[in-house]
Design a protein around this ligand. Structure first.
Ligand code: ADP
Ligand code: MG
Length: 645
């Protein structure tokens, strides 16, 4: 019996051509995809020597018949598509019929498999593309493929492989991706010395995330409520509308996890986008994510995002790239907007207030605020320690003078390394199976996180003339006066820039600024935008300009610094900085230089004004650089800390 067939040449020619076996991880990818396509519920991967010496994948999928076990190694032999039309509606991970022959051509391969329709299994041995042995074996249903000595036949290519740990890292990353996309299946990855991944089946992405990345990462993430929309009509379906007649606009569903606004990553390595459970790289979606975080995260830093898109196969072309890592959407801008809006919605709905995760991590240097006994006591009872979700806090420092420190850790979110073992390729290879089952926390988190900044805050005073302390019936609030004012000014400036009504102040004396060559180049590129933002600048000889007017509210001694900062920021990314990014940066720079500084005494009326103005801002909880503006210590937290509940 045969399920596999060889594609006619005309069809084969329409398949994105190219080499798929680049390194051990690409072998693992192809074999894993085959196991998943075969309906496996459990996949076990064992590697030796970073996959260079051995890769073995065992699955409990449907297996292959004797005939198919041989046919599978022919070029363009596949059970997944038949005709060229099928290429437009691919619902499996594989479809090219090239992986097994390509792998068998460059390694020593042993396949053992049995299909439910046959009583005995088949063992096929191939080396360097040559069939060595075929025999009947006893084998449970499912498939095992063993790949030894990758590229033994082409020593030059073998030399190009990276170190064992690097290759193993790639394999770990890859297995993690598939594990994230398939929470209902179990995955295990082992090396000779370590169990790198071992995740039993779970019921949700959330639980799988917890298994793979741990509670701390999960805590940085917001879960996006699933959104379903029909292309074109763009209307959220009513309940029960789903199973309607075909011929209707295709239904697209998006869900996932995105990081809280205060989380900042220095690269895109934590952005994962899955289309029908296939991890893809897609600039369009990257753009949608960046757009969603515009003015919540500064340019040049990135969020964590895991976006799962379910889309009818006919809406997406996966036949773009030989390793199927790129896709093309039929309705790209619709998908883009759907993703952007869903993320934005989640961010706005949450408007998270950073609370006091004291003692969860070492505070950034220089931000330790001395406080009274009260605070010391609060530190002992971190209010966020709900239901034992988080690991126990590390012991507090006991050295002289440290007993009273009150760490406002989240106030300044300097980018710092996070434990997200995906891009770090699971560096310590810690087995994640040791993690306990995931306790439910979403609801609780929602209760503790207010959605907006209330307008009835009563300021009591300042801590070190830097942080405004305020109260209302909800509890105690602490506001970073500089960050808060920045947010207020930023919003106002953006509005006025849009209306072309930026207020300008004439300077009594022009400020003469010398520009470096690259600054000069940048200046010429952005001169119009500078003018639109309230700068009146005139050339003043070789590489020198005279600033005659600047945005209002800016202290005169900040003008030069601001101008240089804008030029530097705009040139760092050269031509790639879009006009929107540039505008965002200029607005952020202006608001930063014009805002109230720290270590500045404020009168009560000024504090009142600032709190009101912040409450009216679009995103009151973060400054334009993405740092939190407000911390809250809720009534419940106080009651708990004082053991009154
Ligand atoms: P493709 O996945 O593109 O069809 P491959 O060369 O990867 O091409 O595999 C060829 C065929 O071998 C598949 O279409 C499938 O029918 C069969 N096959 C490969 N791996 C497995 C497996 N683990 N379990 C069952 N069948 C498999
Ligand atoms: Mg395949």
């Amino acid at each position: 019996m045969s399920i596999i067939h060889i594609l006619p040449e005309a069809v084969a020619n329409k398949i994105a051509a190219g080499e798929v076996v680049e390194r051990p991880a690409s072998v693992v990818k192809e074999l894993l995809e085959n196991s998943l396509d075969a309906g496996a519920g459990r996949v076990e991967i064992a590697v030796e020597g970073g996959g260079k010496r051995l890769i073995r994948i065992v699955d409990d999928g449907q297996g292959m018949t004797h005939d198919d076990a041989l046919l599978a190694f022919e070029r363009h032999a596949t059970s997944k598509i038949r005709s060229a039309e099928d290429l437009f509606e691919i619902s499996t991970l594989g479809f090219r019929g090239e992986a097994l022959p390509s792998i068998a051509a460059v390694a020593r391969l042993v396949l053992e498999t049995r299909h439910a329709s046959e009583n005995s299994g088949t063992r096929v041995e191939i080396a360097g593309g040559k069939l060595r042995d075929v025999k009947e074996v006893a084998w449970p249903q499912g498939t095992s493929i063993e790949v030894r000595d990758l590229f033994y036949i082409t020593p030059a290519r073998r030399k190009f492989l990276k170190s064992e740990s690097t290759e193993l890292g790639h394999i770990a990353t890859l297995a993690t991706h598939y594990a994230l996309a398939h929470p209902e299946k179990s995955f295990r990855l082992t090396s000779l010395t370590n169990e790198i991944l071992n995740v039993p089946p779970v019921g949700s992405h959330r639980e799988r995330l917890y298994q793979v990345m741990g509670g701390q990462t999960l805590e940085q993430l917001l879960e996006m409520a699933p959104v379903e929309r029909r292309v074109l009509t763009a209307v959220l379906p009513e309940a029960g509308e789903q199973g309607e007649s075909s011929g209707e606009a295709p239904l697209i569903r998006v869900e996932g996890f995105i990081s809280r606004p205060e989380v900042q990553k220095l690269n895109r390595n934590n952005i994962y986008f899955f289309v029908n459970r296939r991890l893809v790289r897609d600039r369009l979606i990257l753009h949608a994510i960046t757009e969603a975080y515009r003015n919540i995260l500064p340019a040049g830093v990135f969020p964590i995002a895991l976006i799962f898109l379910e889309i009818p196969p006919s809406e997406v072309d996966v036949n773009v790239h030989p390793s199927k890592i790129e896709v093309r959407f039929r309705h790209g801008s619709f998908v883009h907007d759907l993703v952007r809006d869903s993320i934005r919605q989640t961010l706005l709905a949450t408007r998270p207030v950073a609370s006091f995760p004291m003692s969860r991590s070492a505070p950034p240097a220089g931000l330790e605020v001395e406080a009274a006994d009260v605070a010391d006591r609060l530190a002992e009872e971190p209010p966020l320690m709900r239901g034992g979700v988080m690991p126990p806090p590390p012991a507090r420092p006991t050295g002289p003078g440290t007993g009273r420190e009150f760490h406002l850790t989240p106030a300044r979110m300097e980018p710092r390394p996070q434990r997200l073992p995906l891009d770090s390729a699971l560096a310590p290879y810690a087995p994640s199976s040791a993690l306990a089952p995931l306790p439910v926390t979403t609801e609780e988190a929602a209760i503790q996180t207010p959605r907006e900044l209330p307008l009835d805050l009563q300021p009591l005073g300042q801590v070190q003339e830097s942080f405004i302390v305020a109260v209302n019936s909800d509890g105690l609030w602490i506001v970073d006066q500089h960050a808060a004012h920045e947010r207020v000014l930023f919003d106002r400036h953006v509005r006025r820039r849009e209306e072309k009504k930026v207020e300008v102040q004439r300077l009594l004396m022009p400020i003469i600024v010398q520009l470096k060559p690259e600054q000069q180049v940048t200046y010429q590129v952005i001169a119009d935008e500078l003018a639109a933002n309230g700068f009146e600048v005139e050339p003043f000889g070789q590489r020198t300009v005279a600033i005659k007017a600047a945005p209002a509210d800016l202290p005169a001694d900040e003008v030069e610094k601001l101008m240089i900062e804008i030029l530097e920021g705009a040139s760092q990314e050269g031509a790639t900085l879009s006009l929107d990014d540039l505008r965002g940066r200029i607005a952020a720079s202006i608001s930063c230089h014009a805002a109230i500084k720290v270590n500045m005494a404020l009168e009560r009326s000024k504090m009142d004004w600032l709190l009101q103005a912040l409450g009216g801002a679009d995103c009151p909880m973060t400054c334009p650089h993405g740092r939190p503006t407000v911390l809250r210590y809720g009534m419940k937290d106080l009651m708990k800390a004082f053991k009154r509940m």
